[in-house]
Write a protein that binds this ligand. Sequence first.
Ligand SMILES: *[C@@H]1O[C@H](CO)[C@@H](O)[C@H](O)[C@H]1NC(C)=O
Ligand SMILES: *[C@@H]1O[C@H](CO)[C@@H](O)[C@H](O)[C@H]1NC(C)=O
Ligand SMILES: *[C@@H]1O[C@H](CO)[C@@H](O)[C@H](O)[C@H]1NC(C)=O
Length: 355
Amino acid sequence: MIQCVVVVFTLFCPVAFPVKHSLIFSLTASSGVRDIPEFLGSVLVDEVQAGYCDSNIKTAEPKVDWMRKFMKENPQQLEWYVNKCIESQHFFRATIDSLVKRLNQTTGAHILQRMSGCEWDDETGEIRGYIQYGYDGEDFIALDLQTLTWIASKPEAFITKLRWDADQAELDDYKYYYVHLYPDWLKKYVQYANSSLQRTDLPSVSLLQKTPSSPVTCHATGFYPDRADLFWRKDGEELHEDVDKGEILPNHDGTFQMSVDLNISLIAPEDWKKYDCVFQMSGVKDDIITKLDKSVIRTNWVPPSVFPAGAVIGVVVGLLLLLLCITGLFMWRKKTNGFRAANTSDSADRHSDPN
Ligand SMILES: *[C@@H]1O[C@H](CO)[C@@H](O)[C@H](O)[C@H]1NC(C)=O
Ligand SMILES: *[C@@H]1O[C@H](CO)[C@@H](O)[C@H](O)[C@H]1NC(C)=O
Ligand SMILES: *[C@@H]1O[C@H](CO)[C@@H](O)[C@H](O)[C@H]1NC(C)=O
């Protein structure tokens, strides 16, 4: 039923169009850090990881469907990325080695990072490219693409600046890449990804519970972009107590998920209907509302079985049914005729009722 609701909303949901697009190359090299590859590279388009490479896999690979399709149709560009991955790996290795030596840091863990890329405003057409390096978590050196000079962020970077400023051919390459080539790629990527990036995906929302006494988790998965909120309401008011809200987490397919728990231990069964879980997305008019209802809660919980043999269960069920009939009759009588102490009642009942 929840899925039907989601399908209906998807058909009518307005589509959000971001204006500023970004292409980011994020490269990281480490020395003396165990458990991660020496070199890692990611390409992000509008902040979604679209490609990846590292020194273990020794190649570059697309990470999202539209990029796979793009690379299939533009194999020379995939080849470019594969070569660049290996080339950058050597360059980073050499740079970090020479830094470690020059700064007398021959022991310990060190990390060299480069964030570079370009932004494109698809309304004004404005383009901005940038390259900046960080070393051990601090700004190190950045390129000013207007003047084509490196700017040292700390004294230790000054020697690097002098060396890199001297390489005019490389500087001209950077200008070409970050002001012309990469923005062109970004425009192509955006066009290609149009249907997948400039979209609004609504999630499927479900209620989950481990055991009948555990909190009820409202879980929304498959939404895009991540400008969304998920919360519990009572009588239409957002609840801040007895709830435990998780963070928005990325899924492998570029969509997002989040969940929020409601502690139901103090909620009386007759009050359940006052509660609902709301998924809200910026730019989308209709919220997805899921009522707190036992019948829609998904659980793997199986009541622990006490009597293993079928025959015994049959007898017990028979007895239980009989007991239910008697109790039912008893209760019904209690309601309609007023309660009279009878042989079937137990002592507690007798004491609590003056009749
Ligand atoms: C590194 O060590 C060398 C030799 O001990 C010394 O001359 C140099 O000043 C040191 N450099 C730094 C940045 O500490
Ligand atoms: C994305 O697609 C829509 C509809 O097909 C189109 O109107 C829009 O111009 C496209 N945007 C870009 C940046 O290509
Ligand atoms: C739920 O609330 C009850 C009563 O306040 C508390 O004892 C219990 O620890 C809570 N459970 C969780 C999972 O927070």
